[in-house]
Design a protein around this ligand. Structure first.
Ligand SMILES: [Zn+2]
Ligand SMILES: [Zn+2]
Length: 277
């Protein structure tokens, strides 16, 4: 597991394309995908599944069953609306096999649906493009901001207006974290929340010419070349490349990146989430 940190965003991450994906955000008490259910996932009360491929969702029954054994409350599971029914069926079958029952709270999400986590925090389902139904997600944080028309005023005038009880503030949602799930590069075009997220986790399954862009697109994935071509679209403070194919280790990814990218400023915003094998 890799511990990623940027300002107050912490992610305990496993991101190995085709093998296991699970991102735990402990401060928000939520996770994206179960992977094969690592130990520190069990205490997290809500999971957002991007899609049903087993490298992302295999741990779901184990996770639910473990929580039940530990007498933890039933978790909130969110998934693409299209797979709610088959997932429910599998979970019912596991209960039969295990010989005990657990309460399941399975909620299907369509693109644009929003789930309230707490007063100032929600998760929004984003459009992804994969070979099976897939949702990306953005964690939106509400912050109270001075309205644009008052931005130029000096501090004491603002204080006066505030004391008078004028409505000079408004609530704005800002994406503090976004995750693409498995998708083609169109994800970036379709989701403003992803382009503007403070931290963006985006899949980058293939990186070299042995597996070219056409191949990545055919399998519903992103190639490094497409990330670099579209780098003007990223307004993120940190861009985390993840879900690399198991063919590449970290050293090789860094090598290829060094060869293909000579943009220091962009390189500085990149974080390569690759595991050593
Ligand atoms: Zn995957
Ligand atoms: Zn997939």
């Amino acid at each position: 597991m890799i511990e990623f940190r940027h300002k107050d965003i912490q992610v305990d991450a496993i991101g190995r394309g085709g093998i296991e994906t699970c991102y735990i955000l402990p401060q928000f008490q939520l996770a994206f995908d179960t992977g094969r259910a690592p130990d520190n996932l069990i205490d997290i009360p809500r999971i957002f599944l991007t899609h049903g491929h087993l490298d992302h969702a295999a741990g779901l029954p184990y996770y639910i069953s473990q929580r039940s054994l530990k007498h933890l409350p039933p978790p909130d599971i969110y998934c693409p609306a299209e797979i709610t029914e088959p997932l429910g069926e599998i979970l019912r079958l596991w209960q039969k096999i295990e010989g005990f029952s657990y309460e399941i709270k399975l909620n299907g999400l369509n693109v644009g649906d929003t789930v309230e986590i707490r007063k100032d925090l929600s998760v929004k389902a984003l459009q992804s493009h994969h070979r099976v139904p897939c949702r990306g997600y953005a964690v939106m944080r509400k912050t109270r901001k001075l309205k644009d028309e008052f931005l130029h005023l000096p501090g004491r005038e603002i204080k006066l207006m505030k004391d008078r009880g004028d409505k000079i503030f408004e609530d704005r949602d800002h994406p503090v974290f976004a995750f693409s799930g498995d998708t083609t590069i169109e994800f970036l075009r379709d989701n403003e929340a992803a382009r503007n997220a403070t931290v963006l986790f985006i899949e980058c399954t293939y990186i070299d010419d042995k597996r070219p862009v056409a191949r990545a697109r055919e399998w519903g994935h992103i190639h490094l070349d497409e990330i670099l071509e579209n780098r003007h679209l990223f307004h993120n403070e940190k861009i985390v490349l993840t879900h690399f194919s198991k063919r590449y280790n970290r050293r090789y990814v860094m090598q290829v990146l060094g060869k293909k990218l000579n943009d220091e400023a962009f390189l500085e915003r990149l974080y390569v989430l690759a595991h050593d094998h």
